[in-house]
Write a protein that binds this ligand. Structure first.
Ligand code: AMP
Length: 315
């Protein structure tokens, strides 16, 4: 599989790399890191990495503007995206000559002439490290830093169960080969505004916990304004409710007036939650899932479904 991907990278002069909407450090680190690695290995290839720019992640590097001429006869590599609907910046994959999928989510849509999907992997950044190590692709320091950040972020600093010996091994090798200044990278990844920290305090104060161990909170636009934060802050905070004895799974419902949706961020430290979110046109991993819902009536339905999953869960 890895060699087939390498051969395709070698074959194409034009390569476009995409990832999921609502980018996070794993999506950005894998796509931008892979671009830098390919350019470092094959100096003449035109590699474009696409998707909506987010100033929050400006330290992860630049994105490219895609022109029609970049698409014609090109190879599309889609990182970290289980379904076609969530590929950022690509509405029709058939415009590309060939497609490769590299992902660590449980599979939703099968696509690509080569599909490397392994939902046991901690992150797609770890998969890009494996791809580079096992082929003639050449890593750069800048790519190594981005891949390091993606791995750290998607494993919750090596805390989640998807972290395994290979995860530590690839990180050890990145640190060994490149003089990575990780305290300064951690600053980029974890620094935040006081407003958001106060908002976190509000959430922790106001969350409801059911007798089955489901914690939930509904966050209105009025509350976001009160704390001077936006709906993306909920996603930055949701993981901080881990390791609380009384809570097995937790869900935030955040009003996003601009997009006209309610963002649903769900995490778990045992019960498998992704099937519930798939019912509501969302998805994700067993212990980290999400959805975007339009109908407010689905809030209580999701709470009920997740509460049942918690009730049925045996520790
Ligand atoms: P988040 O809570 O937004 O950090 O998302 C957690 C996980 O759920 C990520 O792996 C996302 O890929 C996945 N996810 C979030 N929103 C959606 C959605 N609307 N559809 C499918 N998967 C989603």
């Amino acid at each position: 599989m890895i060699n087939k991907i390498y051969e395709k990278i070698k074959e194409y002069d034009k390569i476009v790399i995409a990832r999921h909407i609502g980018a996070d450090p794993d999506a950005l680190g894998s796509s931008i890191g892979l671009k830098e690695i390919i350019e470092n290995t094959f100096k003449k290839k035109k590699v474009s990495v696409i998707g909506v720019y987010s100033s929050k992640f400006k330290y992860m590097g630049k994105l490219d503007k895609l022109e029609e001429k970049d698409i014609k006869d090109s190879l599309l590599i889609v990182c970290d995206t289980p379904n076609l609907e969530r590929i950022d910046g690509v509405d029709d994959i058939t415009k590309f000559k060939e497609v490769i999928k590299i992902d660590h989510h449980p599979e939703i849509d099968k696509f690509g002439s080569i599909s490397w999907v392994d939902d046991n992997k901690s992150s797609v950044c770890e998969m890009i490290c494996d791809l580079t190590k096992k082929t003639d692709l050449k890593m750069t320091k800048s790519a190594a830093e981005k891949l390091f950040l993606g791995i750290v972020s998607d494993t919750g600093r090596f805390m989640y169960s998807s972290t395994d010996i290979n995860t530590f091994k690839v990180v050890m090798e990145l640190l060994k080969e490149f003089d990575i200044d990780f305290p300064s990278l951690y600053f980029d990844l974890y620094s935040r505004d006081l407003d958001e920290v106060r908002f976190e305090g509000y959430i922790k104060e106001h969350i409801t916990v059911t007798k089955n161990g489901l914690a939930y909170i509904k966050i209105t636009d009025r509350i976001l304004n009160k704390f001077n934060v936006d709906s993306s802050s909920s996603g930055n905070i949701v993981s901080s409710l881990n390791n609380i004895n009384e809570i097995k799974a937790w869900v935030f419902f955040t009003e996003d007036i601009k997009q006209g949706v309610i963002k649903v961020n769900v995490r778990s430290r045992g019960p498998e939650i992704n099937k519930v979110l798939e019912k509501y046109n969302g998805g994700g991993h067993k212990y980290a899932s999400g959805a975007r819902i339009k109908d407010k009536k689905n809030i209580n339905k999701i709470i009920k479904d997740l509460d049942l999953v918690c009730e049925n869960y045996k520790e």
